[in-house]
Write a protein that binds this ligand. Structure first.
Ligand SMILES: Nc1ncnc2c1ncn2[C@@H]1O[C@H](COP(=O)(O)OP(=O)(O)O)[C@@H](O)[C@H]1O
Ligand SMILES: Cc1cn([C@H]2C[C@H](O)[C@@H](COP(=O)(O)OP(=O)(O)O)O2)c(=O)[nH]c1=O
Length: 224
């Protein structure tokens, strides 16, 4: 069996940048490695997710059934596992995943304020994806802790990943939601012992390389 490394964080925390950097470093080191991204917008399995992010099930995040939406993201992951990386992973390859089940944990559980409800949802979700659907559990989750104010600055520079336009998706449009998902991510990172990397030091954003070196350092624990 291979290893599954997940790069997680709130929107515009540098996941794509760091997942690519780690992938390049591993390739140079001669490791058998593959990079995957969720949602997998290139696959038809992401169609319901696109409808959700475009606001077709409700313009506000809070209006949409969390369990229904979580299942849509889970199905997209299952499709990717079965058609793209199952064999590679079972053959001992390292998978670097930009988002995973952990994104449902960060984003969908943030809609729940009640701790009992949140924990119940997390149990339901991990059982659904890892046990019932049977997709692999991550060996390592790297959590890029990017304060919301800084994430906003970075987001302004970047285009929408689905349309390539300046328009933001329903999560990105909602500042209160962004703050809540960051608070929730910190709670979950602690609960599930994710490897946390602080992206800001003394109010200043760390460089891409500084963060990249920290990511590599924590991931090296896997090969020990
Ligand atoms: N440490 C950093 N310093 C400066 N810019 C960064 C840093 N990390 C990411 N960026 C830039 O911020 C934007 C969002 O990063 P990205 O990797 O796409 O985030 P995510 O995948 O989490 O949404 C991109 O334009 C990226 O180049
Ligand atoms: C993969 C995944 C994403 N999401 C959310 C996180 C994002 O707000 C949104 C779209 O993902 P993405 O396009 O990666 O967002 P961004 O580029 O802004 O980081 O979908 C979930 O709620 N559950 C999931 O399983």
């Amino acid at each position: 069996m291979g290893k599954l490394i997940v790069i997680e964080g709130t929107d515009s925390s540098g996941k794509q940048t760091q997942a690519e950097l780690l992938y390049e470093k591993y390739k140079k080191m001669g490791k058998k490695v593959m990079k995957v991204t969720f949602p997998n917008y290139e696959s038809p399995s992401s169609a319901p997710v696109k409808m959700y992010l475009n606001g077709q099930f409700g313009k506000n995040v809070g209006e949409v059934n969390t369990y229904a939406v979580s299942t849509m993201f889970a199905v997209d992951r299952y499709a990717s596992f079965k058609t793209i990386w199952e064999e590679f992973y079972k053959d001992g390859g390292i998978i670097i995943s930009d988002r995973y089940t952990t994104s449902n944990m960060v984003h969908q559980a943030s809609k729940m304020d009640d701790k009992g409800e949140k924990d119940g949802y997390l149990e339901w979700l991990t059982d659904l994806e890892y046990e019932k659907m049977g997709i692999p559990k991550p060996d390592m989750v790297v959590f890029l802790n990017m304060p919301t104010q800084m994430a906003y600055k970075l987001m302004e520079k970047r285009k929408n990943k689905i349309t390539g336009e300046d328009k933001k998706d329903i999560h990105e449009n909602d500042r209160e939601y962004m703050q809540k998902s960051h608070d929730n991510a910190c709670y979950i990172a602690n609960k599930y012992s994710w490897k946390e990397i602080m992206c800001v030091k003394d109010g200043e954003l760390k460089t891409i390389d500084e963060i990249g070196n920290e990511v590599l350092r924590v991931c090296e624990e896997l090969s020990r």
